[in-house]
Design a protein around this ligand. Sequence first.
Ligand code: KG4
Ligand code: ZN
Length: 335
Amino acid sequence: NNSVRILAIESSCDDTSASVCIDGRIASNYVANQKVHEQYGGVVPELASRAHMQNIVPVVDVALKQAGISLQEIDAIAFTQSPGLIGSLLVGAQFAKSLALALSKPLIAVHHMQAHVLANLIEENRPSFPFLCLTVSGGHTQIVLARSPLELEVIGETIDDAAGEAFDKSAKLLGLPYPGGPLVDKNAQLGNPLAFKFAEPQIPELNFSFSGLKTSVLYFLQAKQKEDEKFIENNLNDLCASVQHTIIQILLKKLKKAVAQTGVKNVCIAGGVSANSGLRNALQEAGKKYGWKTFIPPFQYCTDNAGMIAITAYYKYKAGKFSELDVSPTARAEW
Ligand code: KG4
Ligand code: ZN
């Protein structure tokens, strides 16, 4: 039969994930989170690589079983080539290459950031082309113009920290454990977003900057704590709401500018930070206000996952974009 069955592996950071995609439909998407990093307040690359080594075989096994398919029925093997932690990427790449060699099946190398964008094509309620995508994760913040599945152009990005880093670093200043983004979100729901004001950066074009926010929060807290050492404790919800509000304002402002510049009104978000409830609401409100069609992938396809690698590989498969077996992962990557 003519169906296309792809096994995809994602191992760019600290989650080991495998997914099976059958004719563009995600049949399984299994993610093993690594708990070893929590005690260090951030991802330790060496420990991440070792955990991928332990996880990868069982994770692939689960993904195949959940999809009800055997390895012999797979038509192509896909993996995340870049960007990411090199030791983590190497584990997934080497595993994928070995499978492709053993099964005599084609290999498909996928760009992690392109995959975050194409996660929006997984569900049936998908954007039509062209669309804009704001990709916000722990390592990246980009606005992408998508003309077709394989014609993606970065039209704006951060010049320093990513939006997720802004959440996590502010959270750390507020005494919250890593990764702080989800906790800021949770506390913010009980706080006043206008309680405190933090400076918004003035950055040209469609680019972002988030490193100043962290400094602004730090100085603000230091000054307040001189007067009241329990300032954070007593104002945690308002502080979270105000930091979150500032980050969302910075993101939405550039998204509005991108719509104005391109005339494209199909607007998506992707990446781990798109799980943020304030950002999701703000996008929907902007959609109503300005007449955009907005799209947000289900949560499991927002954070790092192999489903997004699989859907991207599906479009590459149809376009005949395969890789040789000597392909190597790289920590950084051109688009
Ligand atoms: O895409 P992702 O899972 O991994 C990367 O590729 O970086 O994104 C992780 C980032 C972290 O910074 C985390 O704090 C943030 O996404 N994040 C959130 C929320 N959920 C995850 N930030 C704010 N609100 C959330 N609900
Ligand atoms: Zn990611």
